[in-house]
Design a protein around this ligand. Structure first.
Ligand SMILES: Cc1ncc(COP(=O)(O)O)c(C=O)c1O
Length: 365
C-alpha cells in the first residue's frame, strides 16, 4: 500500500490492484442515505463489506446512525477510528473475546447480539467487573438457519432472564433474513423478507406486552433494504454491500446500485491465440459466488476456474491482448474479495486520488 500511486491512471498501476470509483461510491452512499432520510427505520450500515473506517465515516456523515460489524476485531478498528455507536451483529463467546468486548465498551457505545443465557451471564459478569453496562440485542431466528433464539415465547423467556442481569442493558432485538436477501425474483424476495419481519415484529410486540421495553428492532441488508427498511416496526437496517456493490448483487439479484469496486489486473502471458493469462487469481478475487465479470476490454471473458495467482481470459472476438496490457474485473462478491486486499486505490475519472487502508481486513476474531 503506497500513496506513491496517487496521480497514476488505472492502466499505470502495479497489479493486481483493488480500485474504488470515488464518484460511484459517493452516489451509492448518498442514495441509500436518502432512502432512509424520512423513514421510521434508520440506516446502520454493515462494515463487514468495506472494512474501512474512511467509508464508515462517509456513511455516518451522510446520516447513518451508527455502524454494524460482524466481528469484534472490526468493531475495535471502527472504535479506534473514533466511531462510537457500534452494533456487533453477532455472538461474542469465550472469555478472551468477552474481556476485549468490555474493554471496548468502556470507550464506545458498543452493542452485541446474544441468544444464550450462559453467554449472557458471562457478558454481564465481565461488564460488572469492568464497571460498564453492556448494551445487548437478543437475536431472533427469522428463517435463516443460523444464530438466534426462536421467535415468540422462547425469545420472551430469554429476554426476561437477560433483563434481570445487572451488567447488561437490554436494547432490543435483531433478526437477519439472510435466506431471503439474494433471491433474484423480487416478488419472492419480498414475500420471504416480509414473512421474516412478521416474526421479528410479533416478537417485539410480545415482549412489550409483557413489560419489556424494546427500543431497537434491527434486520435487513442490501437486497432487502427497501422491504425490511419499509416494514412497520423495524427501527434499523444493516445494509452493507450497497456502498461498493458487486457483480452478484447487481447482475443476479438485480440491485441497481453502481459498481464502484473493480480489480485491475495485468496480462502476463499470451501463448495461445484464444487465451490470455492475467495476474489475478484466487488470492486476488474470491470465487464463492463465481470469479467476477471482465468489464475491460470487450471481447474477452474471464474463465470460471482461477489458480492461486493466475486467471485465464478467453477470446470472444476482441482485439488481441499482449503481456503488459491491463484488464478490469468486477468482483462477484465484494465482501470476500475486499478482505484479500490491504488498500483501495480510490479513483476519480480513472486517476488515483487516494489510497485508503482496508484497516479491518482479516479481522476474523
Ligand atoms: C447480520 C447481517 N446483517 C446484514 C447483512 C447484509 O449485508 P449485505 O448488505 O451485504 O447484504 C449480513 C450479510 O452477511 C449479515 O450477516
Amino acid at each position: 500500500m503506497s500513496t506513491i500511486d496517487i496521480g497514476l491512471s488505472k492502466r499505470e498501476l502495479d497489479t493486481p490492484a483493488l480500485c474504488l470509483d470515488a464518484a460511484a461510491l459517493e452516489r451509492n452512499i448518498a442514495r441509500m442515505a436518502s432512502y432512509f432520510q424520512d423513514r421510521p427505520a434508520a440506516l446502520r450500515p454493515h462494515c463487514k463489506t468495506h472494512k474501512c473506517p474512511t467509508i464508515a465515516w462517509m456513511q455516518l456523515r451522510a446520516g447513518a446512525i451508527g455502524i454494524t460489524c460482524a466481528k469484534l476485531g472490526e468493531a475495535e478498528i471502527m472504535g479506534q477510528a473514533g466511531i462510537r455507536d457500534l452494533l456487533i451483529a453477532n455472538q461474542i463467546v469465550g472469555a478472551r473475546k468477552i474481556s476485549r468486548l468490555v474493554n471496548l465498551a468502556a470507550y464506545t457505545d458498543v452493542m452485541v447480539a446474544l441468544d444464550d443465557l450462559d453467554n449472557a451471564s458471562e457478558l454481564s459478569d465481565a461488564a460488572e467487573a469492568k464497571g460498564v453496562r453492556l448494551r445487548v440485542l437478543l437475536e431472533v431466528v427469522v428463517g435463516m438457519k443460523r444464530c438466534g433464539v426462536p421467535p415468540g415465547q422462547p425469545a420472551l423467556d430469554l429476554a426476561r432472564q437477560v433483563t434481570a442481569l445487572p451488567g447488561l442493558r437490554f436494547e432490543g432485538i435483531m433478526g437477519y433474513e439472510g435466506h431471503a436477501i439474494d433471491i433474484p425474483d423480487r416478488a419472492e424476495r419480498e414475500r420471504m423478507a416480509r414473512e421474516a419481519m412478521t416474526k421479528l415484529v410479533a416478537t417485539h410486540d410480545l415482549l412489550e406486552r409483557n413489560g419489556i421495553e424494546v427500543g431497537i428492532v434491527s434486520g435487513g441488508g442490501t437486497g432487502t433494504h427497501d422491504i425490511t427498511g419499509n416494514y412497520e416496526g423495524i427501527t434499523e437496517v444493516q445494509a452493507g454491500s450497497y456502498a461498493t456493490m458487486d457483480a452478484k448483487y447487481r447482475d443476479e439479484v438485480g440491485i441497481d446500485y453502481e459498481l464502484a469496486l473493480t480489480v485491475v489486473s495485468r496480462v502476463i502471458s499470451v501463448n495461445e491465440p484464444n487465451m490470455a493469462v492475467i495476474d489475478a487469481g484466487l488470492k486476488t478475487l474470491s470465487t464463492d459466488s463465481g470469479p467476477g465479470h471482465l468489464i475491460r476490454p470487450e471481447g474477452w471473458r474471464l474463465g470460471k476456474k482461477l489458480s492461486e495467482e493466475h486467471g485465464r481470459l478467453h477470446h470472444e472476438g476482441g482485439e488481441p491482448l499482449r503481456p503488459g496490457d491491463t484488464v478490469e474485473i468486477v468482483p462477484a462478491h465484494g465482501c470476500t474479495t475486499i478482505n484479500l486486499h490491504d488498500a483501495y486505490h480510490v479513483t476519480r475519472d480513472g486517476v488515483v486520488e487516494a489510497v485508503w487502508p482496508i484497516a479491518a481486513r482479516g479481522c476474523i476474531r
